[in-house]
Design a protein around this ligand. Sequence first.
Ligand SMILES: [Zn+2]
Length: 202
Amino acid sequence: MVMITGDFEDTSYLVDLINEKRKYFGSKTKSCSKPKTIQIKQLKNKCIVVTSHNPSRKYLSLVFGKKDIELTRLLFYIKNEKLKHDRFVCHRCNNGRCVNINHLFLGSQKDNIDDCVKKKRHCFGERNGMSKLTRKQVREMRKLYAIGEWKETKKRYWGKPIHSNKYNFKRKYPASYLSREFGVCRSVAQNVVSGVTWKQVG
Ligand SMILES: [Zn+2]
């Protein structure tokens, strides 16, 4: 086990171990026989990123013999020695490139998605490629839907109107009108105005 001294010290100790081990294995490309030494740098928000390898790649995968393994997984494995294949190494810090060992946690696929939804990084609302509406339109639809007045229900008994105490809310712009106006299906409009969808828009 690694002694906890500080984020950078913890991670750099593990990375040094990996660098040492990597000398015995070949590099991914045969043209350069010596694998590149992994160098890391700490950012202001305590995230640690790899500076020696291509920064455009989100996850750095290393080759050991015939196997590829992500650096984050390897770090976690060395530190905890408990890593099953169906487990994911997730980030606490929203930064996919971060390799800070103290920012990583082990979770299932569901944990990873739950974490993503909790941090609002998933595709929802306008960010969803399928969405036809915008936040502004949703607010407008709800405002229009709320317009209306309470009217007494006209009940008839044998063709004659009778007095009733029941009142119904007569909407000026019902969902069917809004669906035509905003170019969406009627059920979509109904879900929007009743708050089934677009819950995040207040
Ligand atoms: Zn981080």
